[in-house]
Write a protein that binds this ligand. Sequence first.
Ligand code: EPU
Length: 421
Amino acid sequence: MEKIIVRKSEPLKGHVKIDGAKNSALPIIAASLLGTEDIILEDVPNLADVKVILQVLNELGAETEYLDENTVRINSANLNSYQTPYALMSKMRASFLVMGPLLARLGRTETHMPGGCAIGSRPIDLHLKGFMALGALIVENTSVIGAKAEKGLIGDIIYLDFPSVGATQNIMMAATHAKGETIIENAAKEPEIVDLANFLNKMGADVKGAGTSSIRIKGVNKLRGCTHQIIPDRIEAATFMVAAAITKGDVTIDNIITSHIRPVIAKLKEIGCTITEFENEDKVRVVGPDRPRGTRIKTLPYPGFPTDVQAQFMALMTICEGISKVEETVFENRFMHVAELQKMGALIVTEGKEARIAGVPKLKGANVKATDLRAGAALVLAGLIADGVTSVGDIYHIDRGYNNIVGKLRGLGANIDRITD
Ligand code: EPU
């Protein structure tokens, strides 16, 4: 079994380059099923989750090929199945994103309840409601979920009860081939939604309003091939910003779009970091304070504070002066890192969706487990400042969303190794 071993480290220093965004790459790879010509995707991050979605495409009959480490060619001309195998679906929830494209192209999709990180019940009712509004018939039994629209989909107005990222993406993709216009109201506004819309438009789709809460999609008959570069990963960037802050470091993060992580920048400033942005340059410098001050965060859909940075920020709060508070409003079970941070000496009390953190001067190394992807990153960050040795297990969660986190942290001077037990 592999583990990450972190020892108390000196303040991190230097430059780190951010990869393409996992949460952009996954829906865009799924959307490649919508056309029959070659799609070339650049800056595809080298991650376990990306490998899973490419395998899903292969199982459905699409061809996928790595042209180099981060460039993938996809051709879906021979798409021949509407059924996603359970083995892959159970590995990763985002496999669900092929449902919209399959419904659009084949008029049918059949799949299983998705897997992925155990951060709440994570239903898919909003995806299904969207498909139904476009005229699909939902087929559902104990393990299989399907949708059928043999005569094609028809555009309509869809109001989402919650701005779900996945539902917005799935409905957008399904609507590209629907007859007439589809309007998604209360749509998610995440940068990854905008990236997907830009990609679809390059393929010849007609998507307007992505990045606002009202997205309009006019159906077209055929989509073409294109080349698209995936946007930088704002969550990986934020993770390294927190790494700089927690170690009192001085780190410049390259390949970052700072407008995508405004709330994280604002909170890091609030706790005492010095943040320098560079005009017309895609980098940011973060200098951590001697002793950060406590603060409050409340996770919200974009442009609010991202739930995907909550765990890492909580690791930072464990050593902030005074009391800090976290309110998690996006997922109902995203505090699994709390028990692990407590093993390291953190003083955290949770009540429902709120956590109260009393800052301690130092943490101590412990044997902990990555309970989900971002929780795993948080524990690695905590290990950097904990006395002694921290051993992080179940690191397959971390591999789902961070490419070479150990190598990148080592490059900044961290005392960290990946070992096989
Ligand atoms: N929800 C519903 N019904 C639905 C869909 C969602 O109730 O039909 C609820 C979920 O249960 C959850 C909330 O809405 O409580 C947010 O879910 P959303 O659909 O917005 O999230 P997602 O599409 O499943 C993506 C990211 C997550 C990220 C969230 C929120 C991908 C592949 N995943 O998930 O990323 O946390 O948006 O920003 O894009 C991660 O990278 O660590 C990660 C978990």
